[in-house]
Ligand binder design. Structure first.
Ligand code: SF4
Length: 267
């Protein structure tokens, strides 16, 4: 199958030029290349512009409530380990109201893939500051500069215990597609922080702004450089930062309960 075969008839309701389009194309193509049966695919989202992605890809997808995509996805995966379960949502949804669930997923190492559509604003509700917006920045829809410090999704994921941590740029569709493929093949809690310009409300972090700052990591950072790479802000590294193999939640539960691990593989 090709990415096109995973298209639905739903009208795409994103603003022209939104970074979400690049993520949609990359995700469809990655799913096609890994040959995931739409009957075994579940994309779970919360609330926000990006969360509408569940209507644009064929699968048994679920549009849940704000901040709760991860617990819903966790239940689906644990009840049906043969399914490929992907969580998609904005930084506001996953790292604001959903932050506790984001941390819990890392601690459990459930085999879920989290795609953060990171645009630093709440686009659906007209451009308020999101969790990843730098402090003191004032965007076009804000009356005053941001009074909060920015949250770093990579550091939070690392501290929480995620076993695959990466960052990508929404307009670089091919590298993003390759990264999503790698995440789909990983077993455990995986996250890609996808820098996704909101062309309507984030008038600072535009495509040009990112293109001047981003660069690709040559290789997986070693232990001594990992945190420094994750913290970089003047230049913004992209690629895989951290990747380990570790017992997943279902394997651990099986061993605690004395059951035989089935060695479930999604794809
Ligand atoms: Fe995309 Fe922003 Fe428009 Fe939402 S408001 S669809 S994030 S450009």
């Amino acid at each position: 199958m090709k990415g096109f075969d995973y298209k639905t008839d739903a009208w795409i309701q994103w603003c022209p030029g939104c970074g979400n389009y690049g993520i949609l194309t990359a995700l469809r193509n990655a799913i096609a290349e890994v040959e995931i049966d739409p009957k075994k695919l579940v994309i779970v989202s919360g609330i926000g512009c990006s969360s509408r992605i569940v209507y644009y890809i064929r699968g048994s997808n679920v549009h849940t409530i704000h901040g709760r995509a991860i617990p819903v996805a966790s239940g689906i995966k644990l009840a049906n380990p043969d399914l490929m379960v992907i969580v998609a949502g904005g930084d506001g949804d996953l790292l604001g109201i959903g932050a506790g669930h984001f941390v819990a997923l890392g601690r459990r190492n459930i085999d879920l893939k989290v795609l953060i559509h990171d645009n630093a604003v709440y686009g659906l509700t007209k451009g308020q500051a999101g969790p990843t917006l730098p402090s003191a920045v004032k965007l076009r829809a804000m009356n005053y500069p941001n009074s909060h410090e920015a949250l770093n999704p990579l550091l939070l994921a690392f501290a929480s215990g995620y076993t695959f941590i990466a960052r990508a740029f929404a307009y670089h569709v091919k590298p993003l597609k390759d990264l999503i493929k790698e995440v789909l093949m990983h077993r455990g809690s995986a996250v890609i922080d996808i820098l996704q310009p909101c062309v309507t409300y984030n008038d600072l972090m535009t495509r040009d702004w990112f293109e001047k700052r981003i660069y690709y990591l040559d290789s997986l950072p070693n232990e001594s450089e990992l945190l420094q790479k994750m913290k970089e802000v003047d230049r913004i590294p992209l690629g895989v930062f951290y990747k380990i193999e570790k017992e997943t939640f279902d394997q651990k539960i099986n061993s605690i309960m004395g059951r035989k691990n089935k060695g479930v593989r999604n794809v």
